[in-house]
Design a protein around this ligand. Structure first.
Ligand SMILES: [Zn+2]
Ligand SMILES: [Zn+2]
Length: 268
């Protein structure tokens, strides 16, 4: 089996390296049947890596025009990666991914996936240095993704582990960690929406395995949850990064085509 689509794609409109059209051409060259764009939604505060308000309007126009230009060659979908802290006009998008990228305290926002240093600084400032408590605060937010965004896809559920692949910052086997994870999952699973298996951090050399961990995937699977495979792509060459390996690693789980879900929703 091979997987020939991805619905998590960034471009120059946010923090990606390529134009939308370069992404489309790469997708076609890799034999993809569908490509979904998911530019980072705009925030009221200065973010540095999300789309600007004006840029969002241009992004929408450009992706919609590419749909027609490449019709018959590849199916293109317009989406956005909807952070729980931003508000969007959902009606203009074909689909959305729900995500948490910040923890907020006292009106200030602290990046979850910028660096280990940033995580540690936040933990020092608000949790007396406890990274277990920091991870709990993250999962409290992650559990709220669908209540707050009603997104079609749950993005990188355990993003908080970005710098913790080998237990550098906290112990993912600890009871507290596991119960924070499963509490969040129990809030998300009843919606029946797919969780990402997300290879983006591998493409950027930050990790060797996708989100979520196999343990988390096992729990999702045991509760009847399912997955789609995405590359959270910021660089056109990496559109299918680690896809074959991920299919093997997560082979026991239910990995579906997101395009099929969109098509089914459209015919209902
Ligand atoms: Zn993200
Ligand atoms: Zn992303």
């Amino acid at each position: 089996m091979s997987y020939k689509e991805s619905f998590h794609t960034h471009t120059k409109y946010c923090d990606g390296k390529n134009t939308p059209e370069e992404m489309v051409l790469s997708a076609i060259s890799k034999g993809f049947t569908a490509l979904g764009f998911s530019g980072h939604s705009n925030f009221d505060f200065d973010c540095g890596w999300c789309m600007s308000k004006e840029g969002t309007a241009d992004y929408i126009k450009e992706v919609n025009s590419l749909k027609e230009k490449y019709a018959g060659k590849i199916n293109i979908y317009l989406g956005t990666e909807h952070d729980v802290l931003s508000s969007i006009d959902k009606a203009v998008y074909d689909y959305t991914l729900g995500a948490v990228h910040y923890l907020s305290f006292d009106g200030e926002h602290f990046d979850v996936d910028a660096s280990a240093r940033c995580q540690l600084d936040t933990a020092n400032r608000f949790f007396g240095g406890s990274m277990q408590s920091y991870a709990e605060a993250y999962f409290e937010q992650a559990g709220s993704i669908l209540e707050r965004t009603d997104a079609d896809i749950i993005a990188h559920f355990d993003l908080v582990t970005k710098f913790n692949e080998h237990g550098e910052l906290f112990d993912t086997g600890e009871r507290r960690y596991i119960s924070a994870c499963t509490d969040a999952l129990d809030r998300l699973l009843p919606y029946g929406r797919p969780f990402e298996i997300n290879t983006g951090a591998i493409a950027r050399g930050k990790r060797e395995t996708p989100y979520p961990s196999l343990e988390i995937a096992r729990y999702i699977h045991s509760k009847g949850g399912f997955f789609i495979l995405t590359s959270d792509c910021h660089n056109a060459d990496m559109l299918d990064c680690f896809f074959d390996d991920a299919l093997e690693m997560y082979g026991g789980f239910n990995i579906v085509s997101f395009e099929e879900i969109i098509k089914n929703n459209q015919t209902q």
